[in-house]
Ligand binder design. Structure first.
Ligand SMILES: *Cc1c(COP(=O)(O)O)cnc(C)c1O
Length: 401
């Protein structure tokens, strides 16, 4: 276990509002005045600290959120985007051009899979999907065209843990970038400390935590963030995935309670997983010693935040999974909805929703069962009472006696 505490870094990051407010002011402007034409010319030539030009380039409120996210991920710098997909696509397009190759894990988020599988080949970027746990297969896939090794720190939806230190070593040896999607495990895992070069997030999920907006971020070296925002060649500047400053301000406020929320999400998910397993259900949760990556997660995680708020139940077949989800919604355990990281429990069947971009045969190969139900466990105060209602649903659909 690691003793890094990202919440302390965020807590110690103080910014005042324009009139001394405890929250940074919301910059409600798309453009900024210059005191002289010379100063404007200077800014077009190179970045000037604390000087803003146009809000697609940088907005002060977005900068505050980005700086706090850099603290969270222990990166030199960060930039915020209008969605998680915008963060992923911008970072990839900043690095890769026609003819380049990417090596990606097979069990990535459905939208990412579709981007890598269908969209990038249209512009001549080739993607090889490998079992990211098979380090030999990863290394053997590398060619002189490879630019990125891409994976999720905790994979979606089977919650496999990437061996980031080993992948980082392979990336370094071959002069590649290790790019990690850390959406499932903010605060619990710090991929930059484990060997990642670039960390992306969908802020839409745990980091914001209120399911009221879509946003993303890229955390990396100052050099890479400067490349992304370069006026003449930056993907963030030129593809235009800008986040609105009102949203940046609200996400920043929610970021400050992330550590408390993750602790509670984790404790609740751990309780449900252990008790479902006792009932004889097939459960995937990295906090269970039966999970194949339990020891790896224990080794890599920051102490004190638990194994995360996501778990998956294998209900065996599609019909039972549907019945279970319908029963859980009726019993007010939460909502049948995609997405995650909300204060209430959300559940969906990945094979028919978020992972439906992955072809059926592929789903079989990666072990994605037809009957899988993914749960993002909420912040319920009395989880034992919630579990009694889950148990009622489990019994009703015939998953235990
Ligand atoms: C949701 C999600 C994304 C995409 O993020 P958006 O904010 O919806 O664009 C990427 N990766 C993972 C792991 C996700 O869960």
């Amino acid at each position: 276990m690691h003793h890094f505490d990202p919440s302390k870094e965020i807590q110690n990051y103080l910014v005042f509002g324009e009139y001394g407010g405890v929250n940074p002011s919301i910059e409600d402007s798309s453009t900024y005045t210059f005191l002289s034409p010379e100063k404007m010319k200077e800014l077009f030539d190179h970045e000037i600290e604390g000087c803003f030009l146009y809000s697609r380039h940088w907005n002060p409120t977005n900068k505050c959120l980005a700086d706090a996210l850099a603290k969270l991920e222990d990166s030199e710098a960060a930039i915020v985007t209008s969605s998680g997909m915008a963060a992923i696509s911008s970072a990839i397009l900043q690095i890769c051009q026609c003819g380049d190759e990417i090596i990606s894990g097979r069990t990535v988020y459905g939208g990412t899979y579709a981007l890598l599988k269908n969209f990038l080949p249209r512009i001549g970027i080739k993607v090889k999907f490998v079992n990211i746990h098979n380090l030999k297969a990863v290394e053997e896939s590398i060619t002189d065209k490879t630019k990125i090794i891409y994976c999720e720190s905790v994979s979606n939806p089977l919650l496999e843990i990437a061996d980031l230190p080993s992948l980082g070593k392979i990336a370094k040896k071959h002069n590649l970038k290790l790019m990690v999607d850390n959406t499932f495990s903010p605060i619990s895992l710090t991929p930059i400390q484990l060997g990642a070069d670039i960390v992306v997030h969908s802020l839409t999920k745990f980091i914001n935590g209120t399911s009221d907006c879509v946003a993303g971020c890229i955390c990396s070296s100052r050099e890479f963030v400067n490349q992304l925002s370069d006026i003449n060649s930056g993907a963030s500047m030129l593809l235009g995935p800008v986040l609105d400053s009102y949203r940046a301000a609200s996400i920043l406020k929610n970021l400050h309670s992330l550590h408390i929320r993750i602790e509670k999400h984790s404790a609740n998910a751990q309780y449900i997983s252990e008790n479902l397993e006792k009932l004889g259900c097939k459960v995937f949760y990295p906090g269970l010693s039966s999970h194949p990556d339990h020891d790896l997660m224990t080794e890599l995680m920051n102490e004190g935040f638990g194994y995360g708020g996501m778990l998956a139940i294998d209900a065996g077949d599609e019909k039972t999974a549907s019945n279970l989800m319908a029963a859980m919604q009726r019993e007010k355990i939460g909502y049948l909805a995609v997405s995650l990281g909300y204060f209430k429990t959300l559940f969906s069947s990945p094979g028919h929703s978020t992972s439906s971009e992955i072809p059926k045969e592929e789903q079989k190969v990666i072990g994605l069962s037809e009957g899988l139900v993914r749960m993002s466990v909420g912040l319920d105060n009395d989880i034992s009472e919630t579990f009694e209602r889950i148990k009622k649903c489990i019994k009703e659909v015939g998953l235990c006696k």
